[in-house]
Design a protein around this ligand. Structure first.
Ligand code: SF4
Ligand code: SF4
Length: 117
């Protein structure tokens, strides 16, 4: 369907109906800039992350990342209809880091299938 021919409300409904891409903790978004709870690191460290990366981002298992303020943010957002965590990926397009994590997850799943018969 040509989206230009639809009304704004129909476009909104379509957007909501589209499947949300899950967050696979690739860390890409937090490496680009901090969210409203984070803080800019201000320098490129030994990990080679961009200067603007959030200083609370932590490496996890070598290929995924966790937020050092997770518990604090969950507490602040308790009951929020729009929680930051659990809402899917904010940057699914042209995201090589996310693609890399997806590939590793798929490879691990395939290996489990093979070993389990
Ligand atoms: S690491 Fe946590 S605080 Fe920092 S940008 Fe990511 S989600 Fe926000
Ligand atoms: S870029 Fe998407 S998949 Fe990666 S950490 Fe951010 S929200 Fe999660």
């Amino acid at each position: 369907m040509d989206r230009k021919m639809t009304k704004p409300m129909e476009n909104l409904k379509e957007a909501k109906d589209e499947k949300i891409k899950e967050c696979v903790r690739c860390g890409f978004c937090c490496k680009q800039a901090p969210c409203s709870y984070g803080e800019v690191c201000g320098y490129t460290d030994h990990k080679g992350w961009p200067e603007g990366h959030c200083k609370f981002l932590q490496s996890n298992y070598g290929y995924t990342y966790i937020c050092g303020k997770y518990d604090e943010i969950k507490h602040i957002e308790n009951g929020s209809p729009y929680p930051m965590f659990g809402s899917g990926c904010s940057s699914p397009l042209f995201n090589k880091d996310r693609e890399n994590v997806m590939r590793i997850i798929a490879e691990k799943a395939a290996k489990r299938c093979l070993t389990n018969g």
